[in-house]
Design a protein around this ligand. Structure first.
Ligand code: ACO
Ligand code: ZN
Length: 169
């Protein structure tokens, strides 16, 4: 594993597209068209972040803001931040990069007035499930055969805002 001395987060720029697509293809079977990335960036620029280390992009998170029924009070409408995709390159994992990306993305969601945050994750993706639990997410339901290969997803969610005092590391 590459021991990173430091990493920096910044907002995604259109010039980063090829690098982000490469990370997505390396890390996840859920892949997207260039238009999909640029569309999320155009509409929700404050929740599309990249992490740089050793002078290159090594991780990203991208999100969408959606209006729908609250996961916590199903009879209420809520603005919800949806974490669409997050990934960190294998050599740069377990150094807090994804955690920091998630925290900054949740702060970005707040600036769009989202009051909760949700995502789907493969039921076998223990690293990611652990990451989200550490950040205060709870499993709210199983979505059967959510993925193209038939695997189920957990939907996980938490309320916003994320408070810095929740960070116990
Ligand atoms: N095993 C167990 N727990 C883990 C692991 C692991 N391999 N990786 C992370 N965690 C948990 C730990 O609690 C960790 O804290 P600790 O290191 O102090 O124990 C905590 O998550 C934070 O870990 P980070 O270092 O911030 O996570 P990292 O930068 O390594 O990235 C990620 C985690 C994004 C899941 C990475 O493994 C990855 O890119 N995986 C492939 C892509 C992927 O699965 N993305 C998520 C799909 S779901 C979605 O996108 C909505
Ligand atoms: Zn999703």
């Amino acid at each position: 594993m590459t021991q990173v001395k430091s990493f920096q987060l910044r907002l995604f720029k259109a010039e980063d597209l090829d690098h982000v697509i490469k990370i997505n293809l390396t890390c996840l079977p859920e892949n997207y068209s260039p238009f999909f990335y640029l569309d999320l960036h155009e509409h929700y620029p404050r929740t599309f972040l990249v992490a740089e280390a050793d002078g290159q992009i090594v991780g990203y998170v991208m999100c969408r803001i959606e209006l729908g029924f609250s996961e916590f009070r199903r009879i209420e409408f809520a603005k919800k931040g949806h974490v669409v995709s997050i990934a960190v390159m294998p050599d740069y994992r377990r150094q807090g990069i994804a955690k920091t990306l998630m925290i900054e993305a949740m702060k970005g969601m707040e600036t769009y007035n989202a009051t909760e945050c949700f995502l789907e994750v493969r039921v076998t993706n223990q690293p990611a499930i652990n990451l989200y639990k550490k950040l205060g997410f709870q499993i709210i339901r199983i979505i059967k055969a959510y993925y193209h290969d038939g695997e189920d997803a957990y939907e996980m969610c938490r309320k916003l805002p994320y408070k810095e005092s929740e960070n116990c590391d």
